[in-house]
Ligand binder design. Structure first.
Ligand SMILES: Cc1cc2nc3c(=O)[nH]c(=O)nc-3n(C[C@H](O)[C@H](O)[C@H](O)COP(=O)(O)O)c2cc1C
Length: 212
């Protein structure tokens, strides 16, 4: 079946995209506004897109039903130029979900979700203490796709990894122990990362050998 996304209402195009590009990693993103007030919100249009330099991206689509308004995260990143991406494990899932509630401006998401924050080393937004991995990022660029949608691009300056997950000598990270979750389809489906399989990458010679 074929769908012409350009001629479809935005909600329908969204539905097709988010139910096919799965699972998506979740960036529980902390930012501060010009007055230093902390904001936290999850984003699953998120990924690491370069390692040299280390770069992550966040896709942020404006709030209202017609895409009007601006999300606090997008405004803060543009105005302050910094953000922290906190990865989300199973233990953080419920509290991450609370951070996506559309609270009135006077309410902070971290307090509402009972999330403790820790000052960052190089950027103003704090990181979330309970997150297994946090990336302190400085804004490199922003790409506007139209009135509703932006891509914020950040260079990772520092990465914090929970002590029990990393061997600092070998730089070995026990990814399978992190129990990160991914966002699936619909408004409320998520995936665990506990069902793994191994497949080594082949050299050309190995591929030829297998073909016989
Ligand atoms: C798991 C999850 C992933 C989300 N991913 C995105 C996303 O990639 N882009 C986006 O614009 N909103 C996304 N949202 C919705 C925002 O988190 C939500 O609109 C939030 O209230 C924005 O907060 P802010 O205005 O404080 O930035 C997601 C929500 C959840 C629960």
């Amino acid at each position: 079946m074929h769908f012409d996304l350009a001629s479809m209402p935005r909600e329908q195009a969204y539905k097709l995209l988010v139910s096919t590009v799965v699972p998506r990693p979740i960036a529980l993103t902390t930012t501060v506004d010009k007055k230093g007030r902390v904001n936290a919100a999850p984003f699953s249009f998120f990924n690491a897109v370069s390692s040299d330099p280390p770069v992550v991206v966040l896709g942020i689509t404006a709030g209202g039903p017609a895409g009007e308004g601006t999300k606090d995260t997008a405004r803060n990143i543009r105005e302050v130029g910094e953000f922290v991406v906190n990865l989300v494990d199973e233990a953080l899932a419920q509290r991450m979900n609370i951070c996506a509630v559309d609270f009135p401006p006077e309410m902070g998401e971290l307090e509402a979700a009972s999330l403790e924050s820790v000052p960052s080393l190089a950027v103003r937004p704090p990181r979330i203490a309970a997150s297994p991995v946090s990336f302190e990022c400085r804004r490199l660029a922003g790409l506007s796709f139209g009135p509703h949608s932006t891509l914020e691009v950040g260079r990772v300056i520092h990465v914090h990894i929970r002590d029990d997950l990393v061997d600092p000598q070998k730089l070995y990270v026990a990814s399978e122990k992190m129990r990160l979750i991914g966002r699936m389809h619909g408004r409320g489906w998520y995936a665990r990362t506990s069902d793994l399989f191994e497949m080594n990458r082949l050299t050309f010679a190995e591929w030829q050998e297998r073909r016989g």
